[in-house]
Design a protein around this ligand. Structure first.
Ligand code: FES
Length: 178
């Protein structure tokens, strides 16, 4: 069960957030199965390479083969370690490929991590109730901004994650994180 008082604390650290993410994944998967939460949990941050890109990793710091993600059902949101160790959702599209846009699992309100609710087709933050559409745009506040996105590419059997610096496709404007 999620400890909401701990979540509401302003001193809730990044490490606690990641622990929370792990607990949430297990708790949700073990209960009603309402959420399709990624099972590829998050290792420590990694330095970025040339171009600011990194290879997506799992909780043990091992590179996740693209074939492992592609074996998931269409519509799956698979959670991996992304840029600066940020938990990042990769999306398996209906055509069986990995979406070229990944969504960073850090709420723009106060930084909580959150699950994907497949029934509602929303990311739903448990801390203060923000909800996001599948593309990461805000469906309901208090979140003030759309979720950060990253570029995702499959290179051989690796998944390369790089910063998104182009216009934000949801707003048509310069991204708030650039
Ligand atoms: Fe407040 Fe997500 S951190 S709604």
């Amino acid at each position: 069960m999620i400890n909401s008082s701990a979540i509401d604390s302003p001193s809730f650290s990044r490490r606690q957030l990641l622990n929370f993410l792990t607990g949430t994944t297990i708790a949700v998967t073990a209960s009603a199965g309402l959420y399709t939460v990624g099972k590829f949990l998050v290792p420590p941050a990694e330095k970025t390479g040339a171009g600011g890109g990194i290879i997506a990793k799992d909780v043990l710091g091992n590179a996740i083969p693209a074939s492992q993600i592609l074996a998931e059902a269409p519509g799956t949101r698979a959670l991996v370690a992304g840029l600066a160790g940020d938990p990042t959702y990769l999306i398996v599209k209906e055509d069986g490929s990995i979406d070229s846009i990944g969504i960073v699992d850090v709420c723009t309100h106060l930084g909580c991590t959150f699950p994907w609710n497949g029934n509602d087709q929303e990311f739903q933050c448990p801390c203060h109730g923000s909800r996001y559409h599948p593309d990461g745009s805000v469906a309901r506040g208090p979140a003030p901004l759309p979720l950060k996105i990253v570029q995702v590419a499959v290179v051989d059997d690796h998944i390369l994650i790089t910063p998104w610096t182009a216009l934000d496709p949801r707003t048509g404007e310069k991204p708030w994180w650039v």
